[in-house]
Structure formats: structure tokens, C-alpha cells
Design a protein around this ligand. Structure first.
Ligand SMILES: Nc1ncnc2c1ncn2[C@@H]1O[C@H](COP(=O)(O)OP(=O)(O)O)[C@@H](O)[C@H]1O
Ligand SMILES: [Mg+2]
Length: 498
């Protein structure tokens, strides 16, 4: 058992009346991966932000080894070798990967270290972790998964003793996730204390030595690997047993095409879509699988009418919804859950009610006073209509977006990683409403990183690679994870029998 590097002792954190962390006691030890599990809003991020010095606790103490005066703030935390990769990380999108990495270097002003050994070190770390990322690429051209890796490299670069990762795998592909698990285990083997905030059991199974479960701000259980079954851990986390059931795809009964892409080409931010034709029928769920950064984001933005097409058409029930030139105004009746809904689909300064009404305002309607009801139906916590959206946890903001986009009948749904970063209960809720839309006749286009979920519930699965749809497979029960994975990786020929 490693040395105790930090200790929480009856730590409480209140935001106004809200108790985000409730008398939490926990030890963080060197050479160990500590998983902190819990539902959205359980207090995981807040607990670790306290250690990182983002804010002081309302009550209780946090002792960091070798630091008798405590951690006064993130700068001090970094000097003490405590690094944190946030759930919603911040980078300077216009700067290159190299400069973003060097900006985070706490010792030398980054412009001085551009050409010295520090640069070499950090770039070699980057090469180890992500050989495909060119350090001279501006960060805004990276996929979310790639940005995450850059964040992690930043933290590793400070020679951290304690590395806190806040839901790092929620934006990664399966292959990237496996790689990250490998890095995490290696860090612990090198003596680093790794805190892995997650609600993915796969993360826990892959690398946790000890598992702390949080519920409603309290640490309800701490166990060693193997001491508890995953089922027990889920029960502790949720307070009830969960067995995720997705509807098996029934053959779409009425295959009238609703959402149609014809020869769509587009180009933005270094990404190019090439000649995409795809038709999603009434009541049909078409999944899009692909390794992050192969054009999924641009595809979604073109279908949503955010980015213009350079060629081709996007049609909904025969009407054009795709933009032909930047700035062209088209209102779209499509329900759209974008990637990173916090940044892309909410306004933090507005109330929950106003956020829910954003579409209606644009469409010239008024809200009908059913706001509280909608918040409750989507389990947004707290379900208080005049609360400012910016005070909600990421998961709850995401539920807010789902409530707006999935809460009323839509002719089509475009869902871009709709469950990413959500806890199990919220995932079920989003799926329930998404599939209910399909059952009611909507055409659902569903971009996902979760092959198991796609295989469980999509009628057909399209595979996107290098901006093109390289395969469109009917999910008839014979399609496998391996087959899709091989197509994603470009290792299976499209015509090859499954
Ligand atoms: N800066 C803040 N101001 C007010 N409330 C906050 C703030 N940060 C978090 N909260 C609230 O604290 C609770 C715990 O949030 P968080 O720690 O983000 O949960 P988790 O990371 O487990 O999803 C949530 O109810 C959230 O709304
Ligand atoms: Mg969190």
C-alpha cells in the first residue's frame, strides 16, 4: 500500500443552500488508481476541485503531504505536483498544440521554453501518447478526444504526484480509451496517485485499485478492487439496481425516407465530407460509428444546418434543411443534441426556463408553462425553472438539452454522442426519449462512440471514415462489434461478407 499523499477529513462544500460535498473523508495514496464513481451531480468534480484548490471547503480539512499550509489555489497545486484534467477543459483554440502544452508549463515562461529541453520532453510525451497529433496543428482542428490527450500530456508534464482525471474517457473512442487505461496503469506503477473520476464501469474494471462511491455529496462506500461485484457498486452508486435495456431494433415497418442526404460534400476546419448519401426512414434509427475525428462533427453540423454543404442536399420530408452558403437562414424542425451540449446548446447566463424556450423563441412561439414538468420528466437537478443554467453540473445541462430537443415530437432527431458523460440513469432516460421519437415516426440519426449500444438498438449502422460513409450495414443480429471495429479502423473491406 502506498504512502498517503493527501487526506480529506470530514470535508463539506456548500454552494448557497446546496451541499455538493457532505462530510467526505478519503485518502489518496501513491502508486494507486483511485476511482471516484457516482451519478451526475453526486459531487465528484467538486470534491476533487477542492483538492486542486479551485475553492476552499466550507468545512473540514484537506491535508496534502509536504504542504503544511495547505493548497491555496491551482497554481500552488501545480507547484505541489497536483494536476487535474477537467471535464470541461480549456485550451486556446487558435494556438498550436505545442504552444498550448508550453503555456501550461509552470516553471519557465513558455516563450522561453519553445526551443529548449522542456519542449523536447513535452513533445516526446505527446508522441508517446498520441503519435498521430502533429504539434503544429491549431487546437481547434483537433477532435475532442485528441484535445483530451493534449490536456493529459499537460498534466503529466508537470511531474505530477497526484493526477486527477475528471471523466476522461467520456470523449474517447474505444481504442483511445484502451490506450488511456494503459497510461493510467503505467502512471500508478510509476508511483503516481491517480484519481479517476468516472461513471463507466469499464474504467473501473480496467484500472481501479480502490473504488470510492459518491452519492448526493457523501462518500457512501470505499472498497478495494475485487471486494465488491460491479453489480454491488452500481447499486451503491444509483441507490437502485440498473439493468440497461434497450429496445431491440424491430424492422422499420414503414420505410418512407424522411431525413435524406444526397451526395453531400462539405469542408470546414481541416475536415472534409465526401459524397455522403444516406436516407433515414420513418421510425428508423440509423447509427453512425467511427473513430473520433473522421468527420462526425462536420456531418452533424451539416445536417443541423450549421455548416454549409459545398455540394449535395440535406432534405427532411422533401424540404431542404441543409445550408448552401454560410449565413443562409434556415429554421430546422430537427431535434438536435450536439456534441458538448454545454458549450454548443445552452446559454449559461440564462435560466433553465429560457434555455428550454430557446428554440420556441426562434420559432416565434411562447412557452406554455409546462417547464417544471419537462425538467422533472428529464430528471434535471434541481428542477427549478428560474435557476441559472451555469450553476448546473455538466450532466444536468446535458439533460436540459435533451429535454428541449427530445421533449416534444420531432420529425427527425440528430443525436451526436447523446449519452456521453452521462450516468446510467440519465443514459436510460435519453435513450428512452430518443427511441420513443422513432416509435412515433421520427427518423433518428445517431452518432455514437458506444458500439454495444449501437448494436443493441440501431436498425442500421453506417461507418464513417475520413469523411466518407464507407459502409452501411443492416443490424440483423449477425453484425458484430469486431466487424464494425474493423470497418472503423479501415481493416475490413466493405464488400467482404460479415
Ligand atoms: N460552482 C458551483 N456553484 C453552484 N453549484 C455548483 C457548482 N459546482 C457544482 N455545483 C453543484 O454541486 C453539485 C455537485 O456537482 P459536481 O461536483 O459537478 O457533480 P459530479 O461531478 O459528481 O457530476 C451539483 O448539484 C452541482 O449543480
Ligand atoms: Mg463532474
Amino acid at each position: 500500500m502506498g504512502e498517503v499523499l493527501a487526506r480529506f477529513d470530514a470535508v463539506t462544500m456548500q454552494f448557497g443552500d446546496l451541499v455538493a460535498v457532505d462530510k467526505a473523508s478519503l485518502e489518496i495514496r501513491s502508486g494507486e488508481v483511485l476511482a471516484v464513481l457516482g451519478e451526475n451531480g453526486a459531487g465528484k468534480s467538486t470534491l476533487m476541485k477542492l483538492l486542486y484548490g479551485v475553492f476552499p471547503p466550507t468545512d473540514g480539512t484537506i491535508v496534502v503531504e509536504g504542504c503544511p499550509d495547505g493548497i491555496s489555489g491551482p497554481a500552488e497545486a501545480l507547484r505541489q505536483g497536483i494536476g487535474m484534467v477537467f471535464q470541461h477543459f480549456s485550451q486556446l483554440p487558435a494556438l498550436s498544440v505545442r504552444d498550448n502544452l508550453l503555456l501550461a508549463w509552470p516553471k519557465t515562461p513558455f516563450w522561453k521554453s519553445r526551443r529548449n529541453r522542456a519542449t523536447g520532453d513535452v513533445l516526446s510525451k505527446l508522441r508517446d501518447m498520441a503519435p498521430a497529433i502533429d504539434p503544429d496543428t491549431p487546437v481547434h482542428d483537433l477532435s475532442v478526444g485528441e484535445q483530451q490527450i493534449v490536456e493529459l500530456v499537460k498534466v503529466l508534464n508537470i511531474q505530477a504526484r497526484i493526477v486527477i482525471l475528471d471523466e476522461p474517457t467520456s470523449v474517447l473512442t474505444p481504442a483511445e480509451t484502451d490506450r488511456l487505461h494503459g497510461f493510467i496503469c503505467q502512471l500508478a506503477a510509476d508511483g503516481v496517485a491517480v484519481v479517476l473520476i468516472t461513471h463507466k464501469l469499464r474504467d473501473v474494471e480496467a484500472c481501479a485499485d480502490r473504488i470510492a462511491v459518491m452519492r448526493r455529496g457523501a462518500i457512501v462506500d470505499v472498497s478495494y478492487r475485487g471486494e465488491r461485484s460491479m453489480q454491488e457498486i452500481v447499486t451503491l452508486m444509483m441507490g437502485k439496481t440498473v439493468d440497461r435495456k434497450l429496445p431491440s431494433p424491430q424492422p422499420a415497418t414503414n420505410p418512407v425516407d424522411r431525413l435524406v442526404l444526397q451526395y453531400v460534400s462539405a469542408q470546414a476546419a481541416g475536415m472534409r465530407l465526401r459524397d455522403i448519401s444516406l436516407a433515414v426512414g420513418r421510425g428508423e434509427v440509423v447509427g453512425v460509428a467511427g473513430v473520433a475525428g473522421n468527420g462526425q462533427t462536420l456531418l452533424a453540423e451539416v445536417v443541423a444546418g450549421i455548416q454549409p454543404v459545398t455540394y449535395g442536399e440535406v432534405l427532411l420530408d422533401g424540404e431542404r434543411i441543409g445550408r448552401r452558403r454560410p449565413g443562409e437562414t434556415l429554421s430546422t424542425p430537427l431535434g438536435y443534441i450536439p456534441e458538448q451540449p454545454r458549450e454548443n446548446a445552452t446559454v449559461e447566463q440564462l435560466s433553465l426556463a429560457d434555455n428550454l424556450a430557446l428554440r420556441d423563441l426562434a420559432e416565434g412561439n411562447r412557452t406554455d408553462g409546462s417547464t417544471s414538468d419537462l425538467l422533472c420528466r428529464f430528471n434535471v437537478n434541481p428542477p427549478v425553472p428560474d435557476k441559472r443554467a451555469g450553476t448546473l453540473s455538466g450532466g444536468n445541462l446535458q439533460k436540459l438539452v435533451s429535454a428541449r430537443e427530445l421533449g416534444t415530437p420531432r420529425p427527425a432527431i440528430l443525436a451526436c454522442y447523446p449519452t456521453m458523460g452521462l450516468d446510467l440513469a440519465a443514459i436510460e432516460l435519453v435513450y428512452e426519449h430518443m427511441f420513443a421519437q422513432a416509435a412515433a415516426g421520427a427518423a433518428v440519426l445517431w452518432i455514437s462512440e458506444d458500439l454495444d449500444d449501437l448494436l443493441a438498438a440501431a436498425h442500421r449502422i453506417a461507418v464513417i471514415r475520413e469523411g466518407a460513409i464507407v459502409a452501411l450495414e443492416t443490424n440483423d443480429g449477425t453484425l458484430t462489434r469486431d466487424r464494425i471495429g474493423a470497418l472503423m479502423a479501415g481493416m475490413a473491406s466493405v464488400s467482404e461478407a460479415a
